[in-house]
Design a protein around this ligand. Structure first.
Ligand SMILES: Cc1cc2nc3c(=O)[nH]c(=O)nc-3n(C[C@H](O)[C@H](O)[C@H](O)COP(=O)(O)O)c2cc1C
Ligand code: SF4
Length: 513
């Protein structure tokens, strides 16, 4: 029976993959359809792959209208067709990646535990079960892994704090609220390789002595929700979750909880409030969640990608992971190319690649064919980066020197038709919408920010209002309780600094004091 892979990732579903799978089942009853994950080459989705004696042959982007001609061309035997992509692993966009975290995505059936095990799954947990908690934490520390949710805090140090914290009950909380603009790597892990996250969280539990885990999942991710629940049920059945994991005597339970449709609920303390059933208000720090976290207990809060990076570290060792990357940015980062870009998708690479390579060599420039004018890296609170800085390597410290962030690795591209004063206004407006309201610089400052930018755009006392905007940004930067208000000035000030002409002023006026 010929196996045909039709992705079940929501990017492929949005482009018609479910309808194609249904039609193929009806028209070709003798084939076996495998609903794999996405390989992340979105412009080729739905990307069908046929298992042939010469390996998997890909066709994409396939629409329902293409099925007749594909069948006529003998696609089940790898026949020639304008949509034939051949062995997709030879495509530069795939071949040049360092797929550590996304090693299985697009290849396996995401909810098949057998497939997971056949593709090196649960090797990290097997090693971890033979180690002491300190030994596991050491591997993670040695790997140099830093949190992929945004703040880039060293994961090993966080785990060590929870390991050493006093508490009868400890928790592992996975931050799967993924609210940043242009980001989808968390969603892809959960839809395309959910056992990986389950394994990473189980290892985290062993490392710090936590017996209960929660995945706080963005409520707008129904496909991830379904895939996680199916995988969790299978992990319980097979003894990979529950009170005696693989007969080790260790317990770890795991549940998915849906988020509250609020960007601020991705901030870790607000997330914990929401998980406790309360309104998502940011908590004061200290105490850190590692000491006083969920229900007042020591808690690891980690992003999906941070936790999904752990199994390979425990499988191959911290040094193996550390060998990728540069400086203090170790391992790989799954970049997400979005916005006005010719080849959007997921590109996992070792730290160190330049933005220019990502944007042009792999991203292919803009979809409109016009020059790239600005990219926003790291979500709605990230700085706008102009063309003159595209040779910056992907590295936390190099980005910090530009007053920019790598964040969660989302890259949103704009061509030369963008108006950067409008984008600055949008950043303030976003903060008005999403502020939790607890502190004044953010709650009131963002409203005043929209007003002052409107006055600048409308040329009302422009010079005076530019100074006022800078002053306001200073107050928000220094006086906000969390990074929502504290980083909203990043996109605003970077737009002003690099694109002063869009505000109707000379660059020297934007960059004074
Ligand atoms: C406004 C705001 C929104 C955030 N949203 C997310 C999010 O959606 N996902 C995430 O992992 N981290 C998010 N963070 C970062 C978390 O507060 C926290 O740093 C992260 O979950 C820690 O995990 P990590 O160390 O693995 O990155 C957000 C932070 C802020 C200030
Ligand atoms: S900065 Fe904004 S989101 Fe953060 S605590 Fe203050 S009001 Fe809430």
């Amino acid at each position: 029976m010929t196996r045909v892979f039709v992705p079940r990732d929501s990017a492929a579903i949005a482009l018609g993959a479910d309808r194609i799978a249904a039609e193929l089942t009806q028209r070709l009853p003798d084939i076996e359809i495998v609903r794999n994950g996405s390989r992340g080459l979105f412009w080729l989705e739905p990307l069908l792959e046929i298992e042939t004696p010469d390996g998997r042959i890909a066709y994409g982007p396939v629409s329902l209208n293409d099925l007749d001609s594909l069948i006529q061309a003998g696609f089940l035997n790898g026949g020639d067709h304008p949509l034939r992509q051949g062995d997709i692993e030879q495509h530069a966009y795939w071949r040049d990646q360092n797929r550590l975290t996304f090693a299985r995505a697009g290849i396996t059936d995401p909810v098949s535990l057998d497939d997971y095990l056949a593709h090196d799954g649960y090797r990290g947990l097997r090693n971890a079960l033979a180690m002491t908690p300190e030994g596991i934490v050491k591997q993670v520390t040695d790997s140099g892994l830093r949190g992929r949710g945004g703040a880039a805090f060293p994961t090993g140090i966080k785990w060590n704090t929870v390991l050493n914290a006093e508490g009868e009950q400890k928790y592992i909380v996975c931050n799967a609220d993924e609210g940043d603009s242009g980001t989808f790597s968390d969603r892809m892990v959960m839809e395309d390789d959910p056992f990986l996250l389950i394994e990473g969280m189980t290892i985290a539990g062993l490392a710090v002595g936590a017996t209960q885990g929660y995945i706080y999942l963005r409520a707008e991710y129904p496909h991830a929700h379904a895939a996680l629940n199916e995988a969790i049920a299978k992990a319980y059945q097979a003894g990979y979750l529950g009170d005696n994991i693989q007969n080790s005597g260790h317990r770890f339970d795991l549940e998915v909880r849906l988020g509250a449709y609020a960007y601020i609920c991705g901030e870790e303390t607000s997330l914990l409030e929401s998980l406790e059933g309360k309104r998502g208000l940011v908590r004061y720090k200290p105490p850190l969640p590692a000491i006083v976290g969920l229900f007042g207990k020591p808690t690891v809060v980690n992003n999906v990608i941070s936790l999904a990076s752990v199994p390979i570290i425990l499988d191959k060792g911290g040094d193996y992971y550390r060998d990728f990357g540069m400086g203090r940015s170790r391992g790989t980062m799954p970049l997400q190319l979005a916005g006005n870009i010719k080849y959007p998708g997921l590109f996992e690479t070792a730290f160190g690649m330049t933005l220019r390579d990502i944007l042009y060599k792999y991203g292919g420039g803009t979809a409109t064919g016009r020059p790239i004018r600005a990219v926003q890296v790291g979500g709605p609170l990230g700085s706008y980066i102009p063309e003159s800085q595209f040779d910056t390597p992907l590295d936390y410290e190099a980005f910090a020197q530009l007053s920019a962030v790598v964040g969660h690795g989302g890259i949103v591209v704009h061509d030369d038709t963008v108006n950067m004063a409008d984008m600055a206004r949008y950043a303030m407006e976003f903060c008005v919408e999403e502020s939790c309201g607890k502190c004044t610089p953010c709650r009131i400052g963002s409203v005043r920010g929209v007003e002052v930018i409107d006055r600048i755009i409308n040329n009302q006392e422009r010079a005076k209002n530019i100074e006022l905007l800078k002053d306001l940004c200073d107050t928000m930067l220094a006086g906000s309780l969390c990074a929502m208000g504290g980083m909203t000035p990043y996109p605003v000030l970077s737009a002003l600094k690099h694109f002063a002409e869009d505000f109707g002023i000379e660059p020297s006026a934007a960059n004074s004091n």
